[in-house]
Design a protein. Structure first.
Length: 112
């Protein structure tokens, strides 16, 4: 399950806007066919502004698969950065890092 973390996001108001932004991010990622993901498989975590001064740093971690080529990862980076810029219009800088990982390098999950 991919995890997309947003560091340095300003407080989101009005109520419900946070949910809307997370939905926009999930829909943007799920719309990239090569990612082969559904909206429900994508986790979005917003980490409040600490000391980034209107900078947002995005880190996306996802399983490494053959269809997720460097071009697809670039497409993902551009799409997520664009939707973030549309939502946070005062951000001076938005950076994206895609971090594919291989399950055999250390992975576990627990589900009920």
């Amino acid at each position: 399950m991919p995890l997309v973390k947003f560091f340095g996001v300003p407080e989101i108001t009005p109520e419900g806007a946070c949910t809307k932004f997370k939905s926009m991010v999930r829909e943007t990622i799920a719309a990239i066919p090569e990612m082969n993901l559904t909206i429900d498989e994508i986790s979005v975590l917003l980490i409040p502004e600490v000391c980034f001064d209107n900078e947002i740093h995005i880190e996306a971690t996802f399983n490494d698969r053959p269809e997720r080529t460097p071009d697809v990862r670039e497409k993902l980076a551009i799409a997520v950065t664009k939707v973030t810029a549309e939502f946070f219009k005062n951000a001076k800088l938005i950076e994206f890092w895609g971090n594919p990982f291989k399950k055999e390098q250390g992975f576990a999950d627990f589900r009920r």
